[in-house]
Design a protein around this ligand. Structure first.
Ligand SMILES: [Zn+2]
Length: 273
């Protein structure tokens, strides 16, 4: 009886060992298949996404840009300011005529990601996809400032919808992304513009602070003071690529805003609850 008992114990030990080895091998094979699944996923990515991941980020923060958020129809369509509960501000830059790449270099040197509203047509984004691509690679949110950049309140609803969508298409053709934000030329809007934004699933983004850099009489000092004297949590700061003294004013505003303990974030981060 003792001999049979011993054989049974040895048998049980052998079975246990076999089970452990099987379990170990199956864990290894799971890990292996996980890797290959990731590789398969990688192959299904669009060219635009592939470029984003492999591109150098032009000195912007190492964080990978998130996917554009979706439009929430239950929120207010017109956005003038972000979350006031956090010490964050979003720099926004409009237009793109007479673009000043020193502004991109400056933001890159601080690792600041911002939200830009570029004109689709009229010799801007459509004519210069490399510029759009650079900003996308820097982790900027590249959004539409309409295709034509006309005062939207002078136009009927159907044209407004076309102008927003056409602007979004020009950008998406380069970046593969459509952010749910639109800034109207001059900030002009009426009920038709609000309805068109809602129907295009985008927020109508204005601002709560501004350099005033479209004013030909403005000075760099005046622009710096305008922003700093009005600085508050959740500010959306307006500036322009072809503005007056914009690079100089920003190069003084940015370190001072940071010294006051504010963080520069994208519009999406600023609007997060
Ligand atoms: Zn503009």
């Amino acid at each position: 009886m003792k001999g049979r008992d011993r054989k049974m114990r040895i048998g049980a030990a052998v079975i246990l060992a076999a089970l452990l080895i099987t379990a170990f091998l199956s864990i290894c094979s799971c890990a292996g298949s996980g890797r290959s699944a990731a590789e398969i996923n990688g192959e299904t990515k669009t060219d635009a996404e592939e470029k984003n991941e492999t591109a150098e980020h032009d000195g912007a923060s190492g964080e990978r840009p998130a996917k554009p958020p979706s439009f929430d129809p239950s929120r207010e369509v017109v956005v003038k300011r972000g979350n006031p509960d956090r010490k964050e501000v979003a720099l926004t830059i409009d237009d793109g005529w007479n673009r000043d790449d020193r502004i991109l270099d400056l933001l890159g040197s601080y690792g600041i990601r911002c939200t830009v509203f570029v004109v689709g047509g009229r010799g801007v984004a459509e004519a210069d996809p490399e510029w759009v691509r650079r900003m996308d690679r820097m982790g900027f949110e590249v959004c539409t400032h309409t295709y034509d950049h006309y005062k939207l309140t002078d136009h009927p609803y159907d044209y407004i919808v076309w102008d927003i969508r056409k602007g979004q298409e020009v950008i998406a053709a380069v970046t593969g992304k459509t952010y749910p934000y639109m800034r109207p030329s001059g900030g002009y809007y009426n009920d038709s513009v609000v309805q068109a934004c809602r129907d295009c699933s985008c927020y109508l983004v204005l601002w709560s602070n501004s350099l005033g850099d479209t004013d030909a009489d403005a000075t760099a000092e005046g622009e710096v003071a305008a922003v700093l004297n009005n600085l508050k949590n959740g500010d959306i700061i307006l500036s322009h690529f072809g503005g007056h003294h914009t690079h100089e004013a920003l190069s003084r505003v940015i370190p001072e805003v940071m010294a006051r303990g504010y963080r520069f974030v994208t519009l999406t981060e600023l609007m997060a609850p």
